[in-house]
Ligand binder design. Structure first.
Ligand code: NAP
Length: 248
């Protein structure tokens, strides 16, 4: 029997990058996958087909994770379509990098809304069904930047550090209901998000990685499968760094 056989997972922002890697690994582990995207409809449809080809139920939903009402509506639709939700992975995220001197108010607000408020929206929407079934695993994707900060990313660092405080609080509030909440903090993972970075910045980052390579979406996805599964039944409120040893 596969590790997540018969479970239903919601992954936000899975049309590309880390979210796509997570959706694929979840399906490999036997989970049915409901996933969201914001605008990449074609990529989302292609992924839906790829996941279905692995013999699980899969569906793509266009939904803005930063919008409270849309998050509620999404979870209601997933409950209708899939009959339940066992795992939530809050992955959707954006960057709007700039030095604080030059950062506009809207760049701060947008990043907080998409990266942090979305985690509140989606978690609020799933906890009722999870409480009813007295079981659930919530995994929030933060970043090493949320742990140690980064030049030019004060908005992003604040959103990702906020995710850590939020998750530890949820773990404490809902532990008695057997709902676990953990954080994964990826280091440098090669995706479209990091492709936008300056070549020099990239080289500097690589030098700081003991395993001497950038990570892949699959590296993050495997940690997600562990935290989603019963293999991590006694683990909650933790921050797991998936960063090749960059921060220790
Ligand atoms: P990415 O390649 O830019 O992909 C972002 C995904 O999020 C896309 O599927 C995008 O959908 C979706 N998305 C964006 N805003 C959304 C919204 N408001 N509602 C729903 N979906 C939304 O990014 P990534 O590198 O895979 O990063 C994924 C997560 O990992 C983020 O939270 C990021 O902060 C975190 N992370 C990444 C790294 C890294 O090195 N890459 C390191 C640490 C943490 P569309 O395609 O439709 O736009």
């Amino acid at each position: 029997m596969k590790l997540l056989e018969g479970k239903t997972v919601i992954v936000t922002g899975a049309s590309r990058g880390i979210g796509k890697g997570i959706a694929l690994e979840m399906a490999e582990a036997g989970a049915n996958v409901a996933f969201t995207y914001r605008s990449s409809a074609e990529k989302a449809m292609a992924l839906e087909q790829e996941l279905t080809g692995k013999g699980v139920m899969a569906r793509a939903y266009q939904s803005d994770a930063a919008d409270f009402e849309q998050a509620q509506a999404l979870v209601n639709r997933v409950l209708e379509d899939f009959g339940g939700v066992d795992i939530l992975i809050n992955n959707a995220g954006i960057t709007k990098d700039n030095l604080l001197m030059r950062m506009r108010e809207e760049d701060f607000d947008d990043v907080i809304r998409v990266n942090l408020k979305s985690v509140f929206n989606m978690t609020k929407a799933v906890i009722r069904p999870m409480m009813k079934q007295r079981k659930g695993s919530i995994i929030n994707i933060s970043s090493v930047v949320g742990v140690r900060g980064n030049v030019g990313q004060s908005n992003y660092a604040a959103s990702k550090a906020g995710i850590i405080g939020f998750s530890k609080s949820v773990a404490q509030e809902l532990g008695s209901r057997n709902i676990r909440c953990n954080v994964i903090a990826p280091g440098f993972i090669a995706t479209e998000m990091t492709a936008a970075l300056d070549e020099k910045v990239l080289e500097e980052w690589k030098k700081q990685i003991p395993l001497r390579r950038t990570g892949t979406p699959g590296d993050v996805a495997k940690a997600c499968v562990f935290l989603a599964s019963d293999w991590s039944d006694y683990i909650t409120g933790q921050v797991l760094l998936v960063d090749g040893g960059m921060v220790m």
